[in-house]
Design a protein around this ligand. Sequence first.
Ligand SMILES: Cc1cc2nc3c(=O)[nH]c(=O)nc-3n(C[C@H](O)[C@H](O)[C@H](O)COP(=O)(O)O)c2cc1C
Ligand code: SF4
Ligand code: SF4
Length: 255
Amino acid sequence: MSKNLICYFSGTGNSLQTAKDIAGKMPDTDLIAMTKQHISLAGYERVGFVFPCYGEGLPNIVKRCIKNLSFTENKAAYYFTVVTGGEDSGNCIPQVSRLLKKKGVVLHYGGFVKMYGNYLIMHPQPDNPKEQAMESHLAAETIADDIRVKKQAAIPQGRFLYTLMYAMVAPNFKRGARFNFKVTDACVSCGNCVRVCPVGNVVLKDGKPVFGNECELCVACIQWCPQKAIIGGKATGTSRRYHHPDISFEEICSR
Ligand SMILES: Cc1cc2nc3c(=O)[nH]c(=O)nc-3n(C[C@H](O)[C@H](O)[C@H](O)COP(=O)(O)O)c2cc1C
Ligand code: SF4
Ligand code: SF4
């Protein structure tokens, strides 16, 4: 059995790459997607949660994953979290800390890796993702060094402004929220959007994607569509799409 476990969630590969960078410096690490049904923490020395910041707080799926985990068989492990984001980690680290505290577990370390912001519904996407990716690799590796020696970091208090912002946008991330995704005639019925959706929220009907009520707003379907055929807002028309340059489609689908 491996010594370390990283549970990750990732729509466009930034958090998956960060999880891989940390695991790369900490051999003997299992990577498990938070979408997996049964995750056992038993026997691990270090347990981490790596995921993107959404609206200055936790993606819904991250909350669900941590709430559903059983910590009873491993309360003494070293727990860490690493957040990826276009700007900052918002209140994600204190939120994880609170969730763990409710389970009787201490969060020992929280880190942040700056990545390209993938929320193309609100802003344009980069034309040279490799540049930021290089910096992010280095940041993740520095964090990995801390985690390897089980560094204890002071967990920040949540900021009121972030709490307000999260309260405003979080309802959009609720399961059952419907996003107004449209599909253009450019769709070639390849089914990639079905495969890439981490929560099985997309099906093809008559060769075209239909979206259900389980959306996490991870934007993976929009970003990975080879035809740019999924439109999630004004800005997404024919604008550039993004995914982490070192993560392949097959890799992101294996989560
Ligand atoms: C719905 C949504 C909300 C986001 N909100 C924030 C945010 O509040 N702050 C931030 O820095 N980045 C935000 N981002 C950008 C992502 O956190 C960032 O691009 C992240 O690295 C994506 O990780 P992934 O590729 O693993 O999905 C948001 C992205 C999405 C899809
Ligand atoms: S990924 Fe794009 S082209 Fe492929 S089925 Fe989905 S919408 Fe159509
Ligand atoms: S429908 Fe698209 S945005 Fe929603 S969870 Fe699936 S891949 Fe992510």
